[in-house]
Ligand binder design. Sequence first.
Ligand code: FMN
Length: 160
Amino acid sequence: MSDKLVAYFSASGVTEKVAREIARVEGADCFAILPEIPYTREDLDWTNRQSRSTLEMSDLSCRPAVSGCVGNMEQYGVIFVGFPIWWGREPSVVDTFLTSYDFCGKRIVPFCTSGGSGIGKTAERIRSLVGAGTVVEEGKRLGGEVSAEDLKLWTEGLKL
Ligand SMILES: Cc1cc2nc3c(=O)[nH]c(=O)nc-3n(C[C@H](O)[C@H](O)[C@H](O)COP(=O)(O)O)c2cc1C
């Protein structure tokens, strides 16, 4: 029984691959944050001002419904939260996940993949969503092809 969880949202598979590798290296459980209504290719078109993702991301209070839940959250002390960067931050569906549980006393370790942007001020935003009783690490942008050795170096540095 692991006390570590890797929860991730991935629209096109890049973050999912990294999440699965972190879970393998850390011996952690894995939870896919799945939107109740899956994103279509059109939904993900960031060049369209009216696409679902553009509309959701322009509203900081948007909380798209998530399908399923982590029934045993009390088991976990460390929760890696992974996502693709959308418009410079975590997608709204990740905000739904973060506001659906009591993370008090736990550690959240954000990680992201992106087309080039860094993780930016995402940790700050996550802190404001989960409240003061939760330790939120600065987190890291990881390449889709990150090696197990580099992941291990990163997580060892966190002293989990
Ligand atoms: C709606 C949308 C917005 C995005 N915004 C950014 C961005 O602001 N900066 C960036 O570097 N990449 C951006 N990307 C690219 C994704 O972060 C990148 O392709 C990511 O690795 C995809 O991960 P996934 O396959 O797990 O969904 C965006 C992608 C989408 C679909």
